[in-house]
Design a protein around this ligand. Structure first.
Ligand SMILES: Cc1cc2nc3c(=O)[nH]c(=O)nc-3n(C[C@H](O)[C@H](O)[C@H](O)COP(=O)(O)O)c2cc1C
Length: 347
């Protein structure tokens, strides 16, 4: 049986070990939502991870939700990500970009001028988010997407995947949980459409399947992964039957995505570890793992790799620390999303 220190191949991506860095929004993009030298330094510091999954990156301007988050739309953004990918590759690491469209979980205060807040249906999410311009703000009341806007968004995801690979990334991951746009389409609480993108289960799956197809058409099935967490109620998400929804989704993507399925194991009415077994490709598990529990999940055949979030905030050399049995540093929660180097590149 492999351990976390053994190499693994995910589709077309060869990883030196199975200790992955989970996607983490850190709200430190530069002007124009462009990655900076500091961001490149941060990811480069963590390059001994078998695979870095970047923070959520928006695939079009409407898809931005949170403050100071990066995009992969403009030439400057592509150039910014090139620095990041180079910093990781220079140290022998691998990096995939998480593509994250926030849909209705957004404030216009955080978005580029002229962009809009769109969702499958015009239903406002409960809750608030932080903005630099006006402090805490309720989520916007979203506009219901037209069919043309849905098609444009799908195509934008394809282009974003292409841009990510042009920037040197080894692949992309579709963020399909935590209440953001793909999850909004899947779930009955947020999708009240009665066209081919809503209503029956088959129709609610269509957006995610179409987005994956668009990305695969641009960069190949071996470079496209997807992240899910069935039952996750984050950002006011609700579905009448998440187990049924995600079982059906996995059946659909089994013949499509060869890179990986990334599952947050949170128990919210669905046994996500059990559900993940129906995926035919490699499975990455996440959430509250340490070395011992991670190795046990591999040994039990539940996972092929483990991603670590908070440990990677405070331990850029997590692989080395695990290997040498050293004590782990604790993250400073006050500086998770603050601008500047403090709590970012100084661990
Ligand atoms: C600061 C921070 C930012 C996060 N941002 C994202 C994100 O952009 N995309 C995502 O899929 N998950 C995000 N997450 C969730 C993590 O990827 C991960 O699922 C979570 O931290 C649990 O794993 P852990 O116990 O190893 O920390 C974030 C978590 C933290 C702590």
């Amino acid at each position: 049986m492999p351990t976390l220190f053994d190499p693994i191949t995910l589709g077309d991506i060869d990883c030196a070990n199975r200790i992955f860095m989970a996607p983490m929004t850190r709200s430190r993009a530069g002007d124009g939502d462009t990655p900076t030298e500091m961001n490149a330094h941060y990811y480069g510091q963590r390059a001994s991870s078998g695979l870095i999954i970047t923070e959520g990156v928006y695939p079009n301007f409407d898809g931005k939700g949170y403050v100071r988050t990066p995009g992969i739309v403009t030439e400057a953004q592509i150039a910014g990500w090139k620095q990041v990918a180079e910093a990781v590759h220079a140290k022998g690491g691998k990096i995939v970009m998480q593509l994250m469209h926030c849909g209705r979980v957004a404030s216009l205060h955080n978005k580029p001028k002229g962009s809009r807040t769109l969702a499958p249906s015009a239903i406002q999410a409960k809750g608030e988010m932080y903005t630099d311009a006006a402090g805490m703000q309720p989520h916007d009341m979203p506009e219901e997407m037209t069919l043309a806007e849905i098609e444009q968004t799908i195509s934008d995801f394809g282009q974003a995947a292409k841009n990510a690979v042009e920037a040197g990334c080894d692949g992309v991951e579709l963020h399909c949980t935590s209440g953001y746009l793909p999850a909004q389409f899947l779930s009955t609480g947020t999708n009240k459409r009665n066209d081919r993108y809503g209503g029956a289960l088959e129709n609610r799956l269509r957006f995610v399947v179409d987005v994956l197809s668009a990305m695969i058409a641009k960069i190949g099935a071996g470079r496209v992964g997807i992240r899910i967490c069935p039952g996750n109620p984050f950002n006011d998400l609700s579905d009448e039957n998440p187990e049924e929804t995600f079982k059906a989704l996995i059946e659909k993507i089994n013949p499509m995505s060869r890179a990986y399925l990334h599952v947050i194991r949170m128990k919210a009415g669905v046994d996500n570890i059990e559900l993940a077994k129906s995926f035919t490709g490699p499975v990455i598990l996440n959430d509250s793992y340490d070395l011992e529990r991670g190795n046990r999940a591999l040994m039990q055949g539940q996972a092929d790799a483990i991603s670590f979030g908070r440990h990677y905030v405070a331990n850029p050399d997590l692989v080395e620390k695990f290997r040498e049995g050293r004590e782990l540093a604790k993250p400073d929660y006050k500086t998770l999303y603050t601008p500047g180097p403090k709590g970012y590149v100084d661990y």
